[in-house]
Design a protein around this ligand. Structure first.
Ligand code: FAQ
Length: 309
């Protein structure tokens, strides 16, 4: 790498300037930003599946409509993120192939089942909450197209968060059966949520490089702490409990907790979680079924717009 160009690039980042697609950038920066945006995009389309399963079964017409709109938003986020990743030279087709072959990762949390409506509401509330913590920080990062996509995504996610909170409050203040349902879902989701922010900083491979280049604006542990600070009190406020007897805020203001099972995390992100095969199978079918549409759109006559009579 040209040391003069690298020094100029790093000086721009230090001044808080945005990097744009045609600007010079180190090969490793390009590779890392593609990796992050691509994994994020995959998480959005795969993330549509566990909640998507509840569109037709959400309680009542209003919840069905809202669930449909939320899932549609998540797929829209994937569109924004794939477009942002394409600006750095990886095609959508390559990204999709890497997802389907298992080469690319996506968020651990979407490899767990949503056996009840309460599981779906926990995703809408707490996974979206976690995503906002991470994305609000990174929206102030260095790669222009990613930051602009994140800004818009965060606005929509904030609405999802309110929707999710409303649905959780409804169950938590409902009948004993509803309260049990939401408590059990919370117990199932707590570990995956704690893992959502990534491995502890001391085990994180990419944090140092990504923070140096302001792609990541907060470490995994900083995001996890911020999430705990904002949401544990809200969970307790509802009279719900969290399945970690060690969880508390110490005198220094830091949350202490039992480390989640990082071996399980490793298995899940490497394709061996409870739903990985099912999630990829659904995507594979969607790709196959949609192939004729993409093919038709690529034909030159598809670009012809018939003038109004
Ligand atoms: N899941 O060195 P680090 C959403 C991997 S969007 C799977 O710490 P890094 C919206 C990591 O890739 C959710 N893999 O990595 C929604 C790396 O593997 P590699 C997604 C994970 O990049 C809501 C290895 O472990 N958000 O939820 C995870 O510095 C509701 C080492 O880790 C984003 O993608 C994980 N949780 O930090 C949709 C945001 N954590 O690639 C539907 C952008 C780590 O070397 C419904 N991404 N790994 O093979 C990021 O902020 C970062 O990439 C982190 C990980 C923080 C996820």
């Amino acid at each position: 790498e040209d040391p003069v160009k690298l020094a100029e690039f790093e000086a721009r980042i230090a001044r808080g300037e945005k990097v744009e697609p045609m600007d010079w950038m180190p090969a490793l920066y390009r590779k890392q930003v593609i990796r992050m945006m691509e994994q994020h995009a995959h998480s959005e389309i795969i993330g549509a599946l566990p909640e998507g399963a509840w569109i037709t079964r959400a309680p009542g017409f209003k919840r069905k409509m809202a669930q449909l709109a939320k899932v549609q938003d998540e797929v829209g986020h994937a569109q924004l993120l794939y477009s942002a990743a394409e600006t750095l030279g990886k095609t959508r087709e390559e990204m999709m192939n890497d997802l389907l072959s298992g080469k690319s990762k996506y968020s651990n949390v979407f490899n767990y089942p949503t056996p009840t409506w309460a599981d779906s509401t926990i995703i809408s509330w707490l996974i979206d909450a976690g995503a906002i913590v991470n994305q609000l920080a990174n929206a102030k990062g260095s790669y222009g197209p990613y930051c602009r996509a994140l800004e818009r995504i965060c606005v929509e996610e904030s609405f999802h968060l309110k929707y999710g909170h409303d649905a959780v409050v409804h169950l938590a203040t409902g009948t004993p059966k509803q309260r049990l349902m939401i408590q059990e879902a919370l117990n199932r989701w707590w570990q995956p949520i704690m893992m959502f922010f990534g491995p502890p900083d001391k085990l994180s491979i990419h944090t140092e490089t990504l923070m140096k280049w302001k792609v990541k604006m907060a470490t995994n542990d900083e995001c996890r702490q911020q999430f705990l600070d904002m949401y544990v009190p809200k969970v307790w406020e509802l009279g719900l409990t969290l399945p970690d007897p060690k969880l508390h805020k110490n005198e220094a203001g830091t949350w202490e907790y039992t480390e989640p099972d990082w071996e399980e995390f490793k298995q899940v992100i490497n394709g061996n979680g409870p739903c990985n095969a099912e999630r990829l199978a659904v995507r594979r079918t969607a790709e196959e079924k949609g192939a004729w549409v993409r093919k038709a759109l690529l034909r030159p006559e598809a670009r012809y717009v018939k003038p109004l009579a």
